[in-house]
Design a protein around this ligand. Structure first.
Ligand SMILES: Cc1cc2nc3c(=O)[nH]c(=O)nc-3n(C[C@H](O)[C@H](O)[C@H](O)COP(=O)(O)OP(=O)(O)OC[C@H]3O[C@@H](n4cnc5c(N)ncnc54)[C@H](O)[C@@H]3O)c2cc1C
Length: 316
């Protein structure tokens, strides 16, 4: 397989420790691992996976994944920095580009809109996949179209317009079709002379937000999605105006702050962060996630849903 990948011009490696590529610092080995920085090579890597009937997985910045201890028995395709092209107010970018770096580039070019995401880790593709957001805005709000590589009977390119991307809170069509790989994004932004100023404001607010996050421990950010408000949740009426109740609220009220399984811990600082408090295995984290879901369901009848993506686990 390695030889086949090399033959088509891809630098491939075997048995690569994925913990080195995730913000959780957790994850077993990838059987095969390639790094790609453009659409053509991403296409070739997916064609190779299809040809050899290998399971594949796309890794961006690794900031929203929990990879199993046994690793991934297939081809991991790690996306990294590629091209950004400006044409009028349309900006096209390879999915592997660092999201925060891309946001900065758009602001430097005089465009506004993406300031909200200046501190979100990961890649542009990862941000679009999960419609990453902050301050009430999401990456999908600014996407004009996404060019994806569809892997089914054949491997082919397809352009999805914004509607077809089906963006919703931390959702997109790509999250529902793991064989539809985002290769390139076109963003439509407006010129805004105040963009740089707005960025400074966001950075100021972020330093306050940072103080409330357990950034001293490795994590994958928020472990659970916030919970959509419904009438059954009227004891949390103060959140009705926002449409969502923070998952942290339920976790904290279930008395789970500081709860530990092995090296995994529910942060004492922010209850929606399960952190790697030292030597946590993926299994520790997955068991703690299950414990949190069970306790919150028992106490509030609320079914929490993971925001972090679990990769390589059996039965999940
Ligand atoms: C400290 C910290 C703070 C965070 N703050 C925020 C925040 O404020 N708001 C927020 O929304 N999130 C936040 N996150 C979560 C995370 O940064 C985002 O979800 C981010 O967009 C994930 O991007 P990534 O490239 O790291 O994705 P990865 O973790 O590499 O992958 C996540 C999922 O996306 C899939 N994927 C990635 N790229 C592609 C692609 N090109 N095509 C198809 N599938 C793909 C992967 O297969 C995987 O299933 C935070 C995380 C951390 C660690």
């Amino acid at each position: 397989m390695i030889e086949e990948l090399k033959k088509i011009g891809l630098e491939a490696r075997e048995n690569v420790a994925l913990r080195d590529y995730t913000t959780f610092k957790i994850g077993g080995p990838a059987k095969f691992f390639v790094v790609v920085n453009n659409k053509a090579n991403l296409f070739k890597a997916l064609q190779a996976a299809k040809k050899f009937n290998l399971p594949f997985f796309i890794l961006g910045g690794g900031s929203n994944v929990l990879i199993a201890d046994r690793g991934f028995n297939g081809l991991v395709i790690k996306l990294q920095e590629g091209e950004v092209k400006f044409k009028g107010n349309q900006i096209t970018v390879f999915a592997g580009n660092n999201w925060a770096g891309f946001v900065r580039k758009t602001i430097e070019a005089g465009f506004g809109g993406l300031e909200f995401g200046a501190n979100i880790p990961g890649t542009v593709g990862g941000a679009v996949f999960g419609n990453a957001g902050a301050y009430g805005k999401g990456a999908g709000d600014f996407v004009e179209s996404a060019e994806a590589i569809i892997v089914d009977d054949e491997v082919r390119l397809k352009i999805f317009d914004k509607e077809e991307c089906q963006f919703a809170y931390r959702e997109s069509i790509f999250k529902k079709h793991k064989d539809w790989i985002i290769a390139e994004l076109a963003f439509k932004l407006e010129k805004d002379e105040k963009a740089a100023e707005k960025l400074v404001q966001i950075q100021r607010e972020y330093s306050e937000r940072r103080a409330k996050q357990p950034l001293d421990f490795p994590s994958a950010g928020s472990s659970f999605k916030n919970v959509l408000y419904s009438d059954e949740l009227s004891p949390f009426k103060e959140w009705q105006q926002y449409g969502k109740i923070p998952a942290a609220r339920f976790i904290e009220e279930a008395g789970l702050k500081g709860a530990k399984i092995g090296g995994a811990m529910v942060s004492g600082k922010h209850a929606n962060f399960v952190v790697n408090a030292g030597g946590a295995s993926a299994d520790d984290v997955a068991r703690l996630i299950d414990l949190v879901k069970t306790k919150v369901r028992e106490k509030f009848g609320v079914q929490l849903e993971e925001e972090v993506q679990l990769i390589g686990f059996r039965n999940r």
